[in-house]
Design a protein around this ligand. Structure first.
Ligand code: AMP
Length: 495
């Protein structure tokens, strides 16, 4: 297992290779659960962080998803909380995650690793009624897992006291920064006792993050695992350069190319995540694929929480082959066996490229990441190649005119027939903004009075960007249902 994770800095020393879970002084109940989860050896971040964590040290973990970082804080957390009991409305530990999905994932991890203990947890995320969450908190919880906005909502309603927090975890702090959560995080730190132990995780160390860690962490043990850019040997990367220059034709050509690529991969493609930069394109690409009889579904922040959860469950269970996602929706999602990643758009932040392709080739498995680019993406490609310090291997574009062979999990016989390339398929999208966040409250709310912020929070996850008149944020025309005339969807150009 070690070989599948890359550690920054000098090559692993012999003692590191020999570290086993039993060396780590974890609670035997935790060890039993870890063994049952099928883990044979700790990952580098676990081997490095857990001893410090069990000594009571603060941890500054610089690592991203896929490194085993969740267990690196959850296992010592459970071990530490094994002694002692929770009091009503006073959680003993707090885990903050930037999105609902990530928070839910941490909760799932906790359930796995704490199954032989009697520790209790509550998950506080938006899109779920307050009542049930209140009841759990009232009973007393050992581990409270929350998104910052929902946690503060509970606090402001007087339902929660953070003065009993012994351990506080901040996961994916860089994402928190992107989403405008840092003031909330600072406030939450201030509500917990300064004697708490803090585990703070971030994939990057932006100056703002550095400032927070200097303020709120006490002599932390710094544990750093290299970004996945260096772990990509198991990922075959390809770049398809399309020559389309007009925005409307480019989008159509990209969709046709995507379909051909999926078909060319054939049965090697077990399942794939297809990334788009904008929510509007997540919807368009997904509708287009479904129309061409592919087994596909979208996931992004405007979809109802229950729909997102169901879609993810189906994808994880292997019942859905293609997941079309925005960066924020897919961030940190733990889907262990993705065979392919497609970048329908090259991401505008080069780190997102690394995150995206890191969804495949995980834990030593091989994977393939195929990116589609048009000439206007050149600046993004330059930034990605600068970050990776290498050129992405170019591959020839597949013949998009070829008849498209379709493989659909539920409809093998009928749908295997060639589906025609539909010249009149989905219209070119109007301009829209990249997705900012799946579940955050509006960043604009930062300077508003608490009452207003609270109201805005209650809308979090449903509507966190201002609506434009006559259209929703993804550009669909209101009142037209699904049947919008093409001319209404065309990009407007002023002289
Ligand atoms: P994370 O970085 O926390 O998102 O974890 C990535 C994946 O690695 C998850 O599917 C974990 O279940 C898995 N994992 C965590 N620790 C280990 C381990 N020691 N051995 C094998 N898999 C692990």
């Amino acid at each position: 297992m070690h070989a599948s994770y890359n550690c920054s800095g000098p090559k692993p020393k012999p003692w590191k290779r020999m570290t086993t879970f039993s060396d780590l002084k974890l609670d035997p109940k935790v060890l039993k659960a870890v063994h049952e989860a099928g883990y044979t050896a700790p990952t580098p971040i676990q081997a490095q962080a857990i001893p410090f964590a069990l000594e009571g040290r603060d941890i500054l973990g610089i690592a991203q998803t896929g490194t085993g970082k969740t267990a690196s804080f959850t296992l010592p957390l459970i071990t530490r909380l094994g002694r002692g009991r929770a009091r009503a409305r006073m959680p003993r530990s707090l885990v903050l995650a930037p999105t609902r999905e990530l928070a839910a994932q941490v909760a799932e991890n906790f359930d796995t690793y704490a199954k032989y203990t009697r520790l209790t947890k509550a998950l506080l995320i938006g899109g779920v009624a307050f009542g049930e969450q209140d009841k759990l908190i009232d009973r007393g919880v050992d581990v409270l897992i929350a998104t910052p906005g929902r946690l503060l909502d509970h606090f402001e309603r007087g339902k929660l006291l953070l003065t009993g927090v012994e351990v506080m975890v901040v996961d994916e702090a860089d994402r928190m920064l992107d989403m405008g959560f840092i003031p909330d995080i600072e406030r939450i730190f201030g509500l917990t006792p300064f004697t708490r132990q803090t585990f703070f995780y971030s994939a990057t160390m932006a100056p703002e993050i550095e400032r927070i860690t200097n303020t709120f962490l006490s002599n932390p043990a710094r544990v750093e695992i290299a970004r996945q850019a260096t772990a990509s040997e198991t990922i075959a990367q390809e770049l398809i350069e399309l020559q389309a220059t007009r925005r409307d034709t480019a989008a159509k050509l990209k969709r046709e190319t995507l379909r051909s690529l999926i078909n060319v991969e054939g049965d090697k493609l077990e399942n794939a995540i297809i990334f788009c930069n904008r929510k509007v394109d997540v919807d368009i690409v997904s509708k287009s694929l479904i129309k061409h009889k592919f087994d596909a579904a979208p996931i992004h922040g405007d979809l109802d929480q229950s729909v997102r959860t169901r879609t993810l469950e189906r994808f994880r269970a292997g019942e859905l082959r293609l997941l079309i996602a925005s960066d924020v929706a897919a961030r940190g999602l733990d889907v262990p066996s993705v065979s392919h990643v497609f970048n329908f758009d090259l991401p505008s932040h080069p780190e997102d490229y690394v995150h995206r392709i890191g969804r495949t080739g995980r834990a030593g498995r091989s994977g393939k990441a195929i990116s589609i680019m048009v000439p206007s993406d050149k600046k993004y490609l330059d930034a990605i190649e600068a970050l990776l310090q290498k050129q992405l291997p170019r591959a020839a574009a597949p013949d998009v005119q070829a008849p498209v062979r379709v493989r659909h999990k539920d409809r093998p016989a009928k749908a295997e027939a060639a589906a025609p390339v539909d010249a009149k398929e989905d219209p070119a999208p109007p301009p829209s903004k990249p997705e900012q966040a799946v579940t955050p409250e509006p960043a604009a709310a930062r300077n508003d009075p608490p009452q207003r912020r609270s109201q805005q929070r209650s809308n979090a996850g449903r509507d966190h960007a201002p609506r434009e008149r006559g259209s929703n944020r993804d550009g669909a025309v209101i009142g037209m249902g699904d049947h919008v005339p093409d001319f209404l969807m065309r990009e407007f150009r002023s002289a």
